[in-house]
Design a protein around this ligand. Structure first.
Ligand code: BG6
Length: 484
């Protein structure tokens, strides 16, 4: 397989918060990788806009350090880094005030694609959007990119959407959910809609249940003050898990085009049944002999914030009535594992006898690590002695079937930023989707706040609270083991 790099048009990309953590860790290293593979046009410019009193040279020095820290050594050379730094510029701008905007405008060129990346707190979105217009930096072709968290409930999300809509058309707004930029997430659509095999079976008649797991080993140390106000529900479920659920459950869009895909995702969110208390588990990791607990990491000794959520969801439509979706996500779990498991129903009748060993088929779509898929199918165990059946994986680990190029796929951020430059919104969330996701999430969070109960404890390094296992046991089902 040969990687194909399709060049993009020349652009001016302004990153508000361009000296911040996300820019250093993800956005700039991502752009560097696109530069390395030759996708960045020679005249492309990346301008960091931030409050600090830096100059261009100081910003370049900062980015040089960031690239050394966050780009794998084999993917960079000093020559390459210096080449990339030539694309960079810096402007000192006060997002809430009036200084620096004219200088920034002076750095933008006519006739080039203009994109403004808001890598800043959502409270600044409105102020920046307004100034982009009043100082004449943005025109009707410009794009703005906004990061999560996009609000903390329906009301705040509506305010953000309204604030942006005053100055920008929806077709100019790119709301990032970096899970949509992951290779395997797009592969989920390729598998569903690029094969004849799966779609006829992709419904309640043939699928027993679906499991979506996003397990992390990291704790919240270092970002406790953000996380404590957010929790797993706002940080992971309302956005990343919701997007995975939508892509798994949606009807086939007529085309792989932004509104066609987003219309279908929206219908899934709107079809979600409200969740009842007994179908939700909240957890919080506890200290073990070698790992800190949430309360130590969060610096709030009384925090009731959940670092784990498991839920049973029902989608009330013809396709899914009777097929539950079990989701779970948590920090400080046994392994880093993100996976969607489609568990098919048992065969209706075994001609080989009930104890022959026939198992239900299972399709696992692994987002990380070991990106790929496997489909478990039943075959005959080799050798004489009758029809004993065993299930074996049809293994589609990308690194195995696609060769070394599979390791070289763009990371979520680089792909998404290039989509912004190309003007392709398919992998970005539309305003109504975000609002619908909050509308579904809000009552669950309010019920927790009212109940004011401590989350169920689980040991750091475990699979989560016992209650999460019970959520499936009670339906005679089991979670797939969390392991890397
Ligand atoms: C972020 C969350 O959006 O996604 C983090 O704020 C989380 O809490 C991260 O760790 C997970 O992303 P990934 O790509 O590492 O799975």
């Amino acid at each position: 397989m040969v990687s194909r790099v399709i060049p993009v048009e020349t652009f001016d990309l302004v990153i508000f918060g361009g000296t911040g953590d996300l820019a250093r860790r993800k956005i700039l290293p991502g752009l560097f990788r696109r530069f390395r593979v030759g996708q960045m046009p020679e005249e492309a410019r990346i301008i960091a806009a931030a409050r600090g009193d830096m100059d261009r040279a100081a910003f370049q020095a900062m980015v040089r350090d960031a690239l050394i820290e966050f780009v794998e050594p084999e993917a960079r050379s000093s020559e390459m880094i210096e080449g990339f730094l030539n694309h960079l510029d810096y402007a000192s701008v006060d997002a809430m005030g009036e200084s620096g905007w004219d200088t920034l405008r002076g750095k933008l060129r006519d006739g080039k694609i203009r994109a403004f990346y808001f890598s800043v707190a959502p409270s600044l979105f409105g102020a920046i959007a307004e100034r982009l217009k009043t100082y004449g930096l943005a025109n009707e072709d410009s794009r703005i990119v906004v990061e999560k968290p996009f609000g903390r409930d329906l009301e705040s999300a509506k305010i953000l959407n309204k604030g942006l809509a005053e100055y920008f058309d929806e077709s100019q707004i790119y709301r990032i959910d970096h899970y949509l930029g992951k290779e395997t997430v797009q592969n989920l659509m390729a598998v569903r809609f690029g094969n004849i095999l799966f779609e006829p079976l992709w419904n309640a008649q043939y699928i027993d249940h679906v499991q979506i797991t996003v397990a992390e080993t990291v704790g919240v140390g270092g970002r406790g003050s953000y996380y404590d106000k957010s929790g797993a529900m706002r940080d992971m479920v309302q956005n990343h898990i919701m997007q995975l659920l939508c892509l798994t459950a949606m009807e086939p869009p007529a085309r792989f085009e932004p509104d066609a895909v987003r219309d279908e995702k929206l219908k899934v969110i709107r079809a979600l049944d409200p969740v009842t208390v007994q179908d939700v588990v909240r957890g919080q990791y506890q200290e073990t002999s070698d790992l800190a607990g949430y309360l130590e990491d969060s610096e709030n000794p009384d925090s009731n914030t959940e670092s784990f959520v498991a839920m049973k969801l029902e989608i009330a439509n013809w396709r899914w009535q009777g097929t539950p979706f079990y989701i779970r996500t948590g920090k400080r779990l046994r392994a880093r594992m993100s996976e969607i498991v489609i568990r098919f129903r048992e065969i209706p009748h075994s001609i080989f006898g009930a104890d022959s060993g026939s198992k239900a088929n299972e399709l696992s779509i692994r987002l990380q690590p070991n990106e790929g898929m496997d489909l478990r199918v039943t075959i005959k165990e080799p050798g004489p002695g009758g029809m004993r059946l065993v299930d074996v994986p049809l293994d589609m680990t990308f690194a195995k079937v696609l060769g070394p190029d599979a390791d070289d796929v763009p990371d979520a951020y680089e792909r998404l930023i290039m989509d912004v430059i190309r003007g392709n919104q398919t992998l970005f969330m539309r305003g109504d989707e975000v609002e619908a996701a909050w509308a579904w999430t809000d009552p669950i969070i309010s019920a927790w706040e009212e109940a004011d109960k401590r989350p169920a404890p689980y040991d750091s390094g475990s699979s989560g609270p016992e209650e999460a296992l019970a959520l499936m046991h009670r339906d005679n089902r089991r979670w797939k083991e969390i392991r890397s």
